[in-house]
Design a protein around this ligand. Structure first.
Ligand code: 5GP
Length: 196
C-alpha cells in the first residue's frame, strides 16, 4: 500500500500526462497505451455528461451523488472540479504490475505529485493556439462551453509550466508518442524495469 489510497505494486512507475484542453491529450495517450503493452491507462470517473460522439468507455460517467459517495469512501487517488464537473482517478491496482498512465488536469497532477514524488510528469502543449482552438471546437461542445474551455486552457498552460514537467509539443501524434515513450523508458530504466 502506498500513500493513502494507492494500493499499487511497489515497482510500478506512475506517469502523469497533463496539459491544457485542446492539445490532443486523450488521442495521444490512447495511441501510447495501444502501442506499448507495458502501460496501463487508468479510467477516470466524471460527472460530465457524455458527448454524443464520445466513446462510452472514455470515462465512468456517474451522477454527482455517486461521485460524492466515492469521495466520502476515500475511493479516489485524486479528484478535481473542472468547469463545474468532478473528475477523479479511482484507487486502482494496475493489472500485471504494469506501469500506470493518468491523464488528468493540472490540479490533479499537483495532488499526485505531492504524494508520489517519483512520478513522471509529462505536460503536453499544442503547436499553436489556432490548432488548439480548432481542436476545442471540433469536439462539438456548444460555443459557450468552447469559450470557457479556451479561457481555462490559457490558465492551465501557465500552471503547467510552473510544475516540474517534461514539456512535449504535440506536432505529430506518432512523433509525440515516441517522445513520450522515450521519456518513460528512461524512467523505467532508472527504476530497473525492463520487461512487462
Ligand atoms: P474533458 O471534459 O475534456 O474530457 O476533460 C476535462 C479535463 O479533465 C481534462 O484536462 C482532462 O485531462 C481532465 N481529467 C480527466 N480525467 C481526470 C481525472 O481523473 N482527474 C483530474 N484531476 N482531471 C481529469
Amino acid at each position: 500500500m502506498g500513500a493513502k489510497g494507492r494500493p499499487m505494486t511497489a515497482d510500478s512507475l506512475l506517469v502523469v500526462v497533463s496539459g491544457p484542453g485542446g492539445v490532443g491529450k486523450s488521442t495521444v495517450v490512447k495511441a501510447l497505451v495501444d502501442r506499448y503493452p507495458e502501460l496501463w491507462l487508468s479510467r477516470s470517473w466524471t460527472t460530465r455528461k457524455r458527448r454524443p460522439t464520445e466513446d462510452p468507455e472514455a470515462y465512468v460517467f456517474v451522477s454527482r451523488e455517486e461521485f460524492e459517495a466515492r469521495i466520502e469512501a476515500d475511493g479516489f487517488l485524486e479528484y478535481a472540479e473542472f468547469l463545474g464537473n468532478y473528475y477523479g482517478t479511482p484507487v486502482f491496482v494496475p493489472p500485471d504490475g504494469r506501469d500506470v498512465i493518468l491523464e488528468i488536469d493540472v490540479q490533479g497532477a499537483r495532488q499526485v505529485l505531492r504524494r508520489e514524488t517519483e512520478a513522471v510528469l509529462i505536460f503536453l502543449q499544442a503547436p499553436s493556439q489556432e490548432e488548439q482552438l480548432a481542436r476545442l471546437r471540433r469536439r462539438g461542445d456548444p460555443e459557450e462551453k468552447v469559450a470557457q474551455r479556451v479561457q481555462k486552457a490559457t490558465q492551465e498552460a501557465d500552471a503547467g509550466r510552473e510544475l516540474n514537467a517534461q514539456i512535449v509539443t504535440n506536432f505529430d501524434i506518432n512523433e509525440t508518442v515516441e517522445i513520450m515513450w522515450s521519456i518513460i523508458e528512461k524512467a523505467r530504466a532508472a527504476q530497473g524495469r525492463t520487461g512487462l
